[in-house]
Write a protein that binds this ligand. Structure first.
Ligand code: PLP
Length: 412
């Protein structure tokens, strides 16, 4: 412990160059929050030599601090990856990958049921930069194969699709990407590193996997509905460096208080994920019995589009029930009006109306599917889609809430 006497002529300087240093060796469960834009170098020579690219030193807050390095390592572990980059949102992760790996004249293939803003980015910025895109039917692997051209440089994958939750044959899609030697990137927000391993789809150490995985840490890793963050993970060092250089040049940094919030939530993530999953399945089955509902979309329910593919990827001998996150959607019978569907959503008391998911509070959003899709949606019935994100409330309270709102809007 040092406590130097003030040596300056003005207290203002002493408040900045203060001699006290807390003793090292402080041990506690949570890591410290190390915040910085500036970091100090011991000498000019060190300033010239220090390299942030391999995390062997610190050079500038944007390139990371001990706190963000720690979260990067933990997210890499969660995803079964070797490298991880943190970005300010899940969408920033998507944008970084597309901007890093595509150039003028290239084409990117995107599943038609992909996360909407991924499609919007392709239709605006990517198009403006001379990068074309095509949408493929994720439930029809030959459609993906047929759409690959000499210009195809990147293929997006998502399992299951956003909002409608159709589960693709991810093994076959990943195989097509490998065989055609096209970089594959999975939006792994739903699986979250828990439902299946994106770089080791066959659970044999990695004979089949995607090249890049992006994850909205905003959802389950944060778990609080109060943090925006994304990650980009890889096992491939050269891909990682390419992404990392773009990440550095774009200037995507993350706030260390947010990093700390995710570090604090990670240890309970698997417990929370399985709690969301259990109640979501229970309520999805309850909704299957409701006369106003013509279809329930939940990959773990027999009859939901892609159920067998979900089973093949997510169910194992040790875990025969598999893992399936906390989301499901229903399609309301088209004989009911939009106004009635709105009344149902507005009538829910525990379910709040709001985007995103992964927090403790259950959420509901109605969607107009025809506005969101370019191809005919195979396996989906006609009607308005309502998506539920199940929080951590008691199942019977949520079920009672659904029952009263169904009664209110549809007369049962
Ligand atoms: C929420 C979400 C994102 C984007 O995450 P943000 O942090 O909200 O930008 C990306 N992909 C999927 C599948 C998502 O659900």
């Amino acid at each position: 412990m040092t406590h130097q006497a003030p040596s300056s002529q003005d207290i203002v300087t002493d408040l900045i160059h203060h001699g006290y240093e807390a003793p090292g060796g402080f041990a506690a469960p949570q890591p410290p929050v190390c915040k910085a834009s500036t970091v100090f170098f011991p000498s000019v020579a060190a300033m010239r030599d220090f390299d942030w690219k391999d995390k062997s030193a610190y050079t500038y807050g944007l390139h990371g601090t001990p706190t963000s390095y720690l979260l990067e390592e933990r997210i890499a572990t969660l995803e079964g990856a070797l490298q991880c980059l943190l970005v300010p949102s899940g969408l920033a992760a998507i944008a970084t990958v597309s901007l890093s790996l595509l150039k003028q004249g290239d084409e990117v293939l995107i599943p038609d049921n992909a996360y909407g803003p991924n499609k919007a980015l392709s239709e605006a910025e990517l198009r403006r930069y001379g990068i074309t895109h095509r949408y493929y039917d994720p439930l029809d692997p030959p459609d993906l194969e047929a759409k690959i051209s000499p210009a195809t440089r990147l293929i997006w994958l998502e399992a299951p699709g956003s909002v409608t939750l159709e589960f693709p044959d991810l093994l076959r899609l990943a195989r097509i990407c490998r065989e055609r030697r096209i970089t594959s990137v999975l939006d792994n927000t739903w699986g979250a590193g828990l439902a299946f391993s994106p770089f080791d789809l066959l659970r044999d150490g990695g004979s089949l996997g995607v090249d890049v995985s992006v994850h909205a840490l905003t959802k389950y890793p944060s778990g609080g509905g109060d943090v925006l963050m994304g990650s980009i993970t890889t096992r491939d060092q050269s891909l990682h460096m390419k992404l990392k250089l773009t990440h550095m040049r774009i200037g995507f940094g993350v706030g260390m208080n947010d990093v700390e919030a995710v570090l604090r939530s990670l240890p309970s993530m698997a417990l929370r994920y399985h709690a969301h999953d259990r109640v979501a399945r229970e309520l999805a089955r309850f909704m299957e019995q409701q006369p106003a509902v013509v279809q329930v979309l939940h990959p773990a329910l027999a009859g939901s589009p892609g159920h067998d593919d979900w089973k093949r990827l997510c169910c194992t001998q040790e875990n025969p029930d598999g893992a399936a996150a906390g989301l499901f959607s229903v399609i309301i019978d088209p004989r009911f009006t939009q106004e009635q569907v709105d009344r149902f959503c507005d009538g829910l008391r525990l379910f709040k109306i709001g985007y995103s998911w992964g927090g403790p509070i259950s959420l509901v959003v109605p969607y107009e599917l025809p506005d969101m899709r370019s191809l005919p949606s195979s396996g989906l019935k006609q009607g308005t889609v309502v998506r539920f994100s199940i929080g951590l409330e008691a199942a019977r309270d949520l079920q009672a809430d659904l029952a009263q709102a169904l009664q209110l809007a549809f007369g049962r």
